[in-house]
Design a protein around this ligand. Structure first.
Ligand code: GTP
Ligand code: MG
Length: 507
């Protein structure tokens, strides 16, 4: 079906052009190769065999003595051949025969060899399957000059949690250090090969990158690796889509997904017309794409209007509360900090809580009644629990969730909950602050509450106390420090009402 002349890399068939591709099968292609020497098969050749999932590879070895050059051409005779094929065991990727005579080789039943190998691959594949609905994921982290080693580590650990939250299983993590991401493939050429090979070996069906990728990068990577490639935003959007319960939540998630998808449509169109193949297929393909794009754009405009309506609906609800003169506090914080657990502990709300990222999407508002110990007067405060933040919250989510996030900007004050038991608590505080400052309306003053102190050593406590002397320390789970928190909330709303909103301050 194909003749190639060139280096191993040059003659390799990219996965997207193979008749079939996947860890449970071979590609249906057998390759006869020679490099006009008597040498056995090189590792580069074997790697190429694995990447193409060849049924088998035969390397013809020319005899040393008979091999001579005449007038620029080479003649010689085939002395022996090596037979190589993949093996379905995690410990070794391939096996190579001793030198065989052509006579012996030609008596090999390749069909039988391929069929028995495929049967083994399938057994191995089924045995490794975590569950049908679980993606088998390979994580790829790229450390550039702009990321510190600590940030990079934390980012990868968080990415792994995101994958688990989305319902995937992380099989392996690959890393690369580069001064800048490669414009076409993020990682370098050699690393792309390593990713493809590792994905083959461990039987991954999804590659997740620790950053956002351009449409072209996704396209190039998928063509070279032969497996679906997903970036960090897509992963987060997927979790949001799984979590969305209410109509409002679903509406906002769909908007975010479409906004993310629209600029990526071109890429998919090209891939489709490539399948159709060159001349004649381009016209209708692109027209179809244009129709598709317009349909999506219409849907986006429609959803945007709905979100705007949702915004005004929420605004009316808030106005009614403001009429009653009840001050409002929005609980904000990094995802999984314990915000919902705290709302439940303070108000007996029954918000879903779990050791998962983005357990909460829809805001819940509850009334908290406190006796102000200073005046002995009863005070009412409305508390709102809302969606958690994450480092580099995708912009399409920020826009689509503006109705939800307005609960934060429109509140009289903020209660910023921090999971002090998380090793990256300091950078989580910074991420939350960064998101708050990006909001169109500057939120009111904030009270910092360090949560999960039941899980924290005295050194961390002392460090947090020194760095944030105004903060309070609580355990929402163990209901520790909640009375102090209530009193501080009363002081906070009193302060918020007495001063105009002038930025994020700590109290
Ligand atoms: N040990 C301990 N665990 C806690 C405490 N507060 C909350 N948790 C746990 O932390 C996990 C996350 O709690 P949630 O209340 O769902 O956190 P959240 O901030 O609402 O998270 P998202 O809605 O996912 O952004 C749950 O498993 C809680 O049981 C605490 O004070 N101590
Ligand atoms: Mg929650």
């Amino acid at each position: 079906m194909r003749v190639g002349v060139g280096s191993v890399r040059q003659t390799q068939i990219p996965p997207s052009e193979l008749p079939r591709y996947g860890a449970e099968r071979l590609s249906g292609i057998r390759c006869i190769a020679t490099n006009l020497t008597a040498e056995p098969i090189s590792d580069a050749t074997l790697t190429a065999m694995a990447m193409q999932r060849l049924d088998a590879l035969v390397m013809l070895a020319l005899s040393g003595e008979g091999f001579e050059r005449r007038g620029g051409g080479a003649t010689g005779y085939i002395q022996s051949a090596y037979l190589a094929h993949l093996v379905p065991h995690p410990e070794s990727t391939w096996t190579v025969s001793p030198p065989l005579s052509l006579d012996v080789l030609s008596k090999q039943d390749f069909l039988e060899l391929t069929e028995s190998l495929e049967a083994e691959f399938r057994r191995e594949y089924v045995a490794r399957q975590v569950g049908d609905d679980h993606d088998r994921v390979l994580l790829v982290g790229v450390m550039t000059e702009r990321t510190s080693p600590q940030r990079f580590q934390d980012g990868l650990a968080e990415l792994a949690r995101l994958v688990e939250t989305a319902g995937g299983t992380v099989l392996e993590q690959l890393r690369q250090k580069r001064s800048h991401p490669h414009p076409q493939t993020v990682v370098g050429e050699g690393k792309v090969q390593e990713i493809a090979l590792t994905a083959q070996t461990v039987g991954a069906n999804l590659i997740v990158f620790d950053r956002d990728l351009s449409p072209a990068q996704v396209r190039n990577l998928e063509a070279q690796i032969g497996i679906r490639v997903v970036d960090r935003t897509e992963l987060i959007l997927d979790i949001f889509a799984q979590r969305a319960q209410s109509g409002a939540g679903k509406l906002q998630v769909e908007l975010a997904q479409l906004e993310y998808m629209l600029p990526r449509l071109t890429g998919r169109g090209k891939a489709m017309s490539r399948l159709g193949g060159g001349i004649g297929t381009r016209g209708p393909g692109e027209t179809k794409l244009e129709t598709e794009r317009r349909a999506i754009q219409r849907r986006i405009s429609h959803l945007q209007r709905e979100v705007t309506q949702l915004q005004s609906h929420r605004a009316r609800l808030r106005q009614r509360r403001q009429h009653e003169d009840v001050p409002s506090v929005a609980i904000v914080g990094y995802t999984n900090a314990g915000k919902s657990t705290l709302l439940n502990a303070l108000t007996n709300a029954e918000v879903y809580t779990a050791d998962q990222l983005f357990a909460t999407l829809d805001p819940t508002t509850r009334r908290l009644r406190v006796t102000d110990l200073a005046t002995h007067q009863p005070v009412s405060i409305v508390l709102t629990d809302t969606v958690g933040f994450i480092h580099e919250l995708p912009p399409s989510l920020m826009d689509a969730f503006r109705a939800t996030l307005e609960e934060v900007t429109e509140a009289d004050a903020l209660l910023h909950v921090v999971d002090l038991s998380h090793p990256a608590w300091q950078s989580q505080i910074r991420s939350v602050m960064a998101i708050l400052t990006q909001m169109p309306v500057t939120p009111g003053p904030a009270l910092l509450a360090f949560n999960k102190v039941d899980q924290v050593g005295s050194e961390t406590l002392a460090l947090a106390q020194e760095e944030f002397p105004q903060a309070i320390f609580i355990s929402a789970g163990e209901r520790l420090g909640l009375e102090t928190l209530r009193q501080r909330l009363v002081q906070l709303v009193r302060y918020a009402n007495s001063s105009s909103k002038v930025g994020i301050e700590f109290h």
